[in-house]
Design a protein around this ligand. Sequence first.
Ligand code: 13P
Length: 256
Amino acid sequence: MTQSKRRRVIAGNWKMFKTQAETRAFFAAFNPSVAGVTDCDIVIAPPSINIPAAAAATKGTHIAISSQNHYWEKEGAFTGEISAGMVVEAGCRYAIIGHSERRHIFGETNEMVFKKTKSALAAGLTPIVCIGEMLADRQAGRTENICQTQFQGSVGALTPEEFSRILVAYEPVWAIGTGHTATPEIAAAVHGFVRQCAAEMFSAGHAAAIRILYGGSVKPDNIQGLMAQVEIDGVLVGGASLDPKSFATIVKDWQR
Ligand code: 13P
């Protein structure tokens, strides 16, 4: 499948930033500036408490809302957690799962990421499953090994049909919030490797169709170089998605 067949995705992960009022202010500025954009999927993941405000502010637009995390059970005595069904009801269509901050700060394992991915799919969400190596892994030449283990452990046991409904985000930990973006070539090489893993785990068709996003210090001034790579189907943007102007520039300028 050629690059043009895979629809591009420009996603913003707000992490633990923005109040409800700031959420409304963001969309008031952002929506008009991307109103004419139809050639990519636009996704924003606010903190879960602000999902309803974000959903209300994007009603009638083609901007989709994502959760940043959820728990895999439908309901129960799990203090502090929210379910996939709850985030759907609140207005989400996507679910970020296994972000490196969840893995490294909150101890999420591949098995937990798998369960979250399964439950997101069962609730009708599109999972954005994150993988990526740490600096020490890259320096030790273990990037492929780490990515393969995370990918296999997080989504390898999905059914082929389920696998066809997920997105993957490759986010090298050393590039997140550091200003050190991976070069387009480094990112594309890992994407190509992950695609090859998908072919081995599922089929050549699944590998050709899966959309793999890059994340890690994506900014308006590096978006074009990244998106010029055939292997890079979109981006997951942290810091630069907080400002409506810079995120709108990323959404609009990726193919110029
Ligand atoms: P930055 O764009 O701030 O490096 O964050 C990337 C990220 O973690 C997106 O999920």
